[in-house]
Design a protein around this ligand. Structure first.
Ligand SMILES: C[S@@+](CC[C@H](N)C(=O)[O-])C[C@H]1O[C@@H](n2cnc3c(N)ncnc32)[C@H](O)[C@@H]1O
Length: 224
């Protein structure tokens, strides 16, 4: 069964002196996630925002593969913001900017997205393992912000477990969903159709659904 982590470092995972935290799932999933992102991102130039970056391991890993992309990680948890900055410094990642404090509960995300000190129109938004471990308005805020800030040909990539047609795609996801909801009734594995409904109202459509290991998916949204 999938596990969830609210704050890395408090889950028994490694904590380095410089603040770097470790997500066990990163080691299992980053290569498969990159296979899903690469056809769109490889060889491209532009700004990509990662929301709910957690430890910062994904952003640093993907930045190393895309020297012409400027990556803007973000989170709202202070320990995670420190970890993201520490992983970026550790990797000497010249194309990873200082983490932004983005709370997806706010559809405008953060002032830097609008005051000229942040990225320009976005090549992509990447979000892994967030919308099921947060209340539904976080999914709405994610989609609203993506619709607002993506460039005309930009993409939103959403990785995680999802229901399809109102049904779980695996027993393990159903068990995971029950455990999430028992911890917090506002959390839960989201249905692709419900995300699509919000996206359509915001001017985005589901352009691809990519099957991933362990009954996860990458959902790709583009402008209508
Ligand atoms: C399970 S972790 C996933 C982290 C990372 N994306 C990964 O896959 O390893 C969920 C992340 O979402 C962040 N998060 C939770 N609520 C959020 C919100 N309202 N806005 C932005 N990030 C949020 C948490 O701080 C945490 O870093």
């Amino acid at each position: 069964m999938a596990e969830y982590v609210v704050e890395f470092g408090r889950d028994g995972g490694r904590v380095e002196a410089d603040g770097r935290l470790d997500a066990a799932a990163f080691h299992r999933n980053h290569q498969a996630i990159w296979q899903a992102l690469a056809p769109f991102l490889e060889g491209r130039r532009g700004d990509v925002v990662e929301v709910g970056s957690g430890t910062g391991q994904h952003v640093v890993e993907f930045a190393g593969r895309t020297p012409d992309i400027t990556w803007w990680p973000s989170d709202l948890n202070e320990a995670h913001l420190r970890s993201i900055a520490a992983w970026s410094a550790h990797a000497q990642a010249g194309n990873v900017r200082a983490p932004l404090r983005i709370d997806l509960g706010d559809p405008l995300w953060c002032p830097q997205m609008r005051d000229g000190s942040g990225p320009g129109p976005l090549l992509a938004v990447f979000c892994a393992n967030v919308v099921h471990i947060a209340p539904w308005p976080v999914a709405e805020g994610l989609i609203a912000g993506a619709a607002r800030y993506l460039a005309p040909d930009g993409r939103l990539f959403l990785y995680g477990p999802f229901k399809q047609g109102g049904r779980h795609t695996a027993v393990s996801n159903a068990v995971f969903d029950t455990s999430l909801r028992s911890g917090n009734p506002e959390w839960g594995v989201r249905d692709v159709a419900e995300l699509e409904q919000v996206a359509t109202k915001a001017g985005l459509q589901l352009s691809d659904t990519i099957a991933m290991p362990a009954n996860n998916l990458v959902l790709v949204f583009a402008r209508i």
